[in-house]
Design a protein around this ligand. Structure first.
Ligand code: HEM
Length: 223
């Protein structure tokens, strides 16, 4: 193991340190994702219903592959300790309500997912990405409902969550503490958790950038 890796591993043992390292390691990808054309349109004051539809179809491409893959790699008891619930059923209900077909994740990205995320250690890093996206999702839905005005009342917000749903913040705090406990008690290599988080974030990012509607909008494929 390199000196940098030893330091990195040592630095992730203090409470909160692994979550801080996960945030730092994925920060550039988060910025790049927020800067995807589709995401910028989604957050813009002039957003319309079509953009929300495009977003739901686009996020479904990575989500339909990534979430089941991560959950299948984890023992049910691990998922229960982390307090992780599948979001795919809510996303599928939103898509059905809007009569939308999900975009498909390109085969190469699905293969990459299976190659890079192979066991529970890797899955823990991936779950950080999906749980964080749930936290950020509430910020997206709040901005969307403000910008869409009364038109938002007609839309399904099961996946992103709506004003009336409980805030995901306490779930996120629990997840952070439980993830660190899991990594430490389970003897998982923190460096592998960090690498898998980056790999899964890249797959979600590229899946969003490659989606049909993003391409139709002449999206540039970042990454
Ligand atoms: C328009 C798109 C997006 C916006 C505006 C956005 C915004 C945000 C915001 C505001 C937070 C912090 C929430 C809080 O602290 O209460 C957050 C956290 C996070 N988001 Fe996003 N997000 C977007 C897309 C995504 C996507 C697609 C993913 C997954 C691939 C993602 C992954 C995360 C993660 C992992 C965190 C937790 C960061 C941490 O460790 O604190 N986000 N996001």
């Amino acid at each position: 193991m390199s000196e940098a890796a030893i330091n990195n591993t040592a630095n992730t043992t203090a409470p909160g340190a692994l979550m801080t390292a996960l945030r730092a390691r994925t920060a550039a990808l988060h910025v790049a994702t927020e800067n995807l054309k589709l995401m910028r349109k989604l957050m813009a004051p002039e957003v319309d219903l079509g953009t929300y539809r495009d977003y739901l179809a686009a996020i479904a491409a990575p989500y339909t592959r990534v979430e089941p893959h991560l959950h299948n790699l984890c023992a049910p008891a691990t998922l229960a300790r982390l307090g992780v619930q599948p979001k795919l059923p809510a996303l599928e209900r939103d898509l059905a309500a809007l009569e939308l077909e999900p975009s498909r994740l390109p085969k190469a990205l699905n293969e990459r997912l299976k190659d890079l995320v192979r066991d529970e250690t890797d899955a823990l890093g991936g779950l950080y990405v999906l749980e964080g996206a749930t936290l950020g999702g509430r910020v997206i839905s709040q901005q969307l409902t403000r910008n869409l005005g009364s038109a938002a009342n007609t839309l399904p917000f099961g996946f992103l969550g709506s004003r009336v749903d409980p805030s995901p913040a306490s779930g996120w705090r629990h997840f952070g503490t439980a993830l660190e406990a899991e990594v430490s008690a389970g003897g998982h290599d923190p460096e592998r958790v960090l690498s898998a988080a980056v790999a899964v974030f890249e797959i979600v990012h590229q899946g969003l950038g490659n989606s049909r509607c993003a391409r139709d909008a002449r999206e540039v494929n970042i990454g």
